[in-house]
Design a protein around this ligand. Structure first.
Ligand SMILES: *[C@@H]1O[C@H](CO)[C@@H](O)[C@H](O)[C@H]1NC(C)=O
Ligand SMILES: [Cu+2]
Length: 190
């Protein structure tokens, strides 16, 4: 490979690296190595407070689906360990949840007794983090029937080729840099 080609590859690789860095949010395993369980009574409050969550971060719940699940709950239901009115439920045993809004995201295990035994976690994204909106997560309307308002949804497939325009707000400066690098790479490769 000639020097010119090597340089082109290097520039393209740099542009891709910047793009990927901008597009990727942090991914956290809930409970770290312990996972999502009641075995050993993991301290999920300590786990959550040890992280600094941002909008679009991903939390992964890994567990034996025969014994556990993941329920997104309102603050009141979280407090009362009431899994009867889930905002959303996951049950594959390996569930990635994107935290799409600032504020609290409440999760608990819906299996009898597990939440009361401590299998619950309150994941809070500070309003001052680089959120598209500083508004806290609204409480779901009492009585249910409304659409999930937590902003917690199943993780979409990763988009390694996502265009800079598709990037979340808050990374606009970095996205602009990435876009410039990409155009540079495109120009050099042309
Ligand atoms: C969970 O899913 C992710 C992504 O699909 C995969 O990379 C990972 O190995 C899975 N983990 C387990 C414990 O199955
Ligand atoms: Cu459980």
């Amino acid at each position: 490979m000639g020097g010119g080609a090597a340089r082109r590859v290097a520039v393209a690789a740099l542009a891709v690296a910047v793009l990927v860095g901008v597009a990727s949010a942090a991914v956290y395993e809930v409970g770290d190595k312990a996972g999502w369980t009641v075995m050993g009574n993991p301290n999920y409050a300590a786990w959550a407070s040890s992280k600094k969550f941002h909008v679009n971060d991903v939390v992964v719940f890994t567990y034996n689906k025969q014994f556990h699940n993941v329920v997104a709950a309102s603050k009141a239901d979280y407090k009362n360990c009431d899994a009867s009115k889930p905002i959303a439920t996951w049950s594959t045993g390996n569930d990635s949840v994107v935290l799409k809004t600032a504020g609290h995201h409440y999760f608990l295990c819906g299996f009898p007794g597990h939440c009361a035994a401590g299998q619950k976690v309150d994941i809070r994204i500070a309003a001052s983090s680089d959120a598209p909106s500083a508004a806290p997560t609204p409480e779901p309307a009492a009585g249910g029937g409304s659409k999930p308002s937590s902003g917690a949804t199943a993780a979409p497939a990763p988009h390694p080729n996502a265009a800079p325009q598709a990037l979340p707000a808050g990374s606009s400066v970095a996205a602009t840099v990435a876009a410039s690098l990409l155009s540079l790479a495109a120009a050099v490769l042309a």
